[in-house]
Design a protein around this ligand. Structure first.
Ligand code: SF4
Length: 434
């Protein structure tokens, strides 16, 4: 979501005469868009600002904005601690950035814009054209979360769940596709809770997906990140009926232990999670899953950890993320004692080795097969091309031309490593979406 927000910020500032640059030696305005999910995010901001100060020691100081969830969480503290920062701007106030720049230029005062006004944010950003022309692009459709998992900062930094107008999302999708985008990933902190009411009719994520399918040159649709409890029957059926929705879902479970799920306040059990997975498999047998895992949560015993391991073995998750639990200030679990760090690290290694073994086995099973790959771009070596399978696995492809970018082509897989597949384009008449 931060990548999407950064791009929209660039689009917004373009309107006011600013241009995006990779040259950090000579900027008028420096925006550090931050993520608060991982530990030490705040300290990283101060280190980055320290480096910036050194760069501009003998030059005109740029205007410095901290945006994103760290800005939201720290707000005034950040302005007090680091006078080099001109404004902290929470995710719900991005639409105000052009005005803030003008105010700072005129009055030289510090600004804290971290109130929650997500409706205004979406309304204003709707007017800014999303200029992405990559093959695969994001669209934010929902922000915030009402779930309040005990380890997570999102409900505090992104606020309550709010869904964007379906009409605006479709408009943005049409613009992206006319710009050459072939795959859209619908984004939200709790994306499958999407619910927008128009003329007393409630539109859910499944309705939105069916509408987006009508965009002719849109080939693939993804959505992330989902909560198991919002995996409703209409959405499950959508995975059966949709021709463009990929058979792959990032559906975080965090732990396989009912005890840990309870203390995390995840509001679902292992059995309920498995039931959703089985329902999805029953409507779309080839569907695969990825997940996030938190290892070494306060109170996690060896038995709890083994429950996670057995769940991973059962579902055979692909392309997943696993982390050692770390405290996020302001969350309920941050007050609890952490378990032994050595044990946490040991468990993470066991889990990551297992996830890696599953991925390697999956990748090796693809050798010799003909797979549908969406070609995204030419690689730096200028001979190979980069694409992805429906399940997000990267594929390095040979014998492709620039005219294949943005298309789904057939690729004969001939090699693999832990992270990638390798293959050669094979000509087959008419390849259809997803
Ligand atoms: S559902 Fe996801 S975003 Fe919401 S509180 Fe839980 S972990 Fe955070």
């Amino acid at each position: 979501m931060n990548e999407y927000d950064s791009n929209r910020l660039a689009d917004l500032l373009k309107k006011t005469g600013y241009e995006r640059t990779k040259d950090l030696e000579d900027v008028d305005c420096y925006i550090l868009n931050t993520c608060h999910i991982r530990e030490k995010a705040t300290e990283k901001v101060y280190h980055d600002i320290g480096r910036l100060k050194k760069k501009y020691k003998n030059k005109k100081k740029p205007t410095v904005f901290i945006t994103g969830c760290v800005a939201q969480a720290e707000n005034n503290e950040m302005l007090d601690r680091e006078p080099y920062i001109d404004a902290v701007i929470g995710p719900q106030s991005y639409q105000n950035i052009p005005k803030i720049i003008q105010k700072i230029k005129k009055r030289k005062n510090k600004l804290n814009l971290t109130s929650f006004d997500v409706i205004e944010k979406f309304d204003r950003l709707n007017d800014i054209k999303n200029s992405s022309s990559k093959t695969s692009s994001f669209i934010t459709i929902q922000e915030g979360c009402d779930k309040f998992c005990n380890f997570c900062v999102v409900p505090y930094t992104r606020g309550p769940e709010y869904s964007r107008s379906m009409k605006e999302i479709i408009k943005e999708a049409n613009e992206l596709v006319s710009n050459g985008v072939s795959e859209i990933t619908l984004l939200g902190q709790n994306v499958n809770a999407y619910s927008f009411t128009d003329n007393s009719k409630v539109f859910k994520l499944s309705d939105l997906i069916f509408e987006l399918e009508n965009i002719k040159d849109l080939l693939r649709i993804r959505y992330t990140t989902s909560h198991p409890n919002d995996m409703t029957s209409d959405l499950i059926q959508c995975h059966k009926k949709s021709k463009k929705l990929v058979p792959f879902i990032h559906l975080p479970v965090q732990s396989g232990s009912n005890k840990v799920l309870k203390i995390m306040n995840r509001k679902h059990t292992r059995e309920e999670y498995l039931a959703k997975i089985n329902n999805l498999i029953s409507v779309r047998p080839e569907i695969r899953f990825s997940s996030d895992f938190i290892v070494g949560y306060p109170g996690e015993t060896e038995k709890d950890f083994n429950d996670t391991i057995s769940l991973v073995k059962q579902i055979k998750f692909l392309n997943s993320f696993s982390f050692i639990y770390n405290k996020r200030p302001g969350t309920p679990t941050s007050k609890q004692n952490s378990i032994n760090e050595y044990i946490q690290k040991k468990r993470l290694i066991v889990l990551q080795n297992l996830l890696s073994d599953i991925q390697i086995k999956e990748n090796s099973d693809q050798v010799g097969k003909l797979k549908k790959v969406l070609v995204e771009n030419k690689m730096k070596n200028q001979t190979s091309y980069f694409g992805r399978l429906e399940n997000f696995t990267p594929v390095i492809i040979e014998k492709v031309t620039n005219s294949d970018i943005g298309k789904i082509i057939n690729v004969r897989i001939n090699n693999f490593n832990k992270n990638n597949l390798f293959g050669v384009k094979e000509h087959v008449e008419s390849v259809v979406a997803a």
